[in-house]
Write a protein that binds this ligand. Structure first.
Ligand SMILES: NC(=O)C[C@H](N)C(=O)O
Length: 354
């Protein structure tokens, strides 16, 4: 029999409806009892711990680092760990857990779109599916995954894609890597997750700003972010990874001054590639980190983790921080978009990470 640990953190899955709005007041034990009414998991014994009782929009990086430590402690003595979490920032927490988690024990994050006291709640089934996935040998070695609406998605690349629908998450280009439903537990082919980058011992991460780009954006937001103490900047770029010329110029100045700049896209799916003169090609040539298909929010955590890892090494520079990100991205199977199309239209072949 597998031994699972269920860690409750709050979120809609653990809310009841009140006149002032939904409030978290359901513990992990009650969630487990509701899940067991959907599907029993007879092949597993589940130990329950309440880590937090908060909505995920109220959480901060220190909360998630503490959760990462709770996950590590639980994983040391279990065959699987399941975390219930609010959906608003679930894609970031799951990613941060993935940056800190190594080894074969599966860590499974789930939540709900509807409250616990909804007449047709989705939480009990999501949790039942997450427990079944964690209890099945198919989940071994899959790292951190998100189970939602019967789909198993990798934490790396997962995004919330709908505000209200029950199938609220997707990992465009990367998942689902499995399903849990009336037909049972199925794992599709998956690459091994990358080795951990973060030891989660610190209470917080270095400050990294996400700066969204839009029609006619200028450099003021980036300059403001750095003046306010950002140690790195993630640009949520246009299209395949472009910035309006004044923003490109500001990013080149930052790179020249040794401040890491990471390029992502605001589009919502697909990798960034340095294609256009005056935009992404200039940034790639100047040493910006092209974050593959990571969302700006996941990219921000990767850059912050790389900066934190560098804090321990006096010789760490913007270039070594960038290289740390690129090594992790390669291992996570991200496209290296600095290899932009060559004249003549052929792209060099990509070596996919394992
Ligand atoms: N569906 C949810 O869980 C949303 C909620 N606001 C939260 O993130 O805690």
């Amino acid at each position: 029999m597998r031994h699972l640990v269920l860690l409750g953190t709050g979120g809609t899955i653990a809310t009841r409806t009140a006149p002032q709005g939904r409030r978290v007041d359901v513990g992990a034990g009650e969630l487990l009892a509701a899940a067991a009414r959907v599907w029993e998991v007879p092949e597993a014994a589940v130990e329950v711990r309440d880590v937090r009782r908060i909505t995920s929009f109220s959480a901060g990086v220190p909360d998630v680092l503490a959760l990462a430590r709770a996950v590590r402690a639980a994983a040391a003595g279990a065959d699987g760990v399941v975390v219930t979490h609010g959906t608003d920032t679930l894609e970031e927490s799951a990613f941060l857990l993935a940056l800190a988690h190594g080894g074969p024990v599966p860590v499974v994050v789930t939540g709900a779109q509807r409250p616990f006291d909804d007449p047709a709640p989705d939480g009990p089934r999501n949790l039942a599916a997450a427990l079944r996935w964690a209890a099945a040998p198919e989940s071994d070695g899959t790292g951190v995954t998100v189970v939602f609406a019967d789909a198993v998605l990798p934490a790396v690349g997962v995004r919330k894609t709908h505000t209200l629908e029950l199938a609220a998450f997707a990992a465009p280009g990367r998942g689902p890597i499995g399903h849990v439903d009336e037909a049972g537990v199925r794992r599709h082919h998956t690459a091994a997750p990358p080795a951990p980058l973060l030891d989660a011992a610190a209470d917080d991460l270095p400050r990294v700003a996400v700066v969204p780009q839009y029609l006619g954006a200028d450099a003021s937001d980036i300059e403001h972010a750095v003046r306010r103490g950002a140690r790195g900047v993630v640009v949520a770029g246009l299209g395949a990874g472009n910035t309006p010329p004044p923003v490109t110029a500001a990013c080149l100045d930052l790179l020249a001054a040794g401040v890491p700049v990471m390029l992502t896209s605001r589009v919502g799916a697909g990798p960034v590639v340095g294609l256009y003169a005056g935009g992404g090609a200039d940034l790639a040539a100047a040493g910006a980190i092209l974050a593959g298909d990571l969302s700006p929010w996941q990219g921000r955590l990767l850059l912050a983790a790389a900066l934190a890892a560098g804090a321990a090494e006096p010789s760490s520079t913007a270039a070594t921080v960038a290289e740390r990100c690129r090594t992790w991205l390669r291992a996570a199977g991200a496209v290296d978009g600095t290899h932009h199309l060559l004249a003549g239209g052929s792209a060099p072949s990509q070596t996919k990470g394992t």
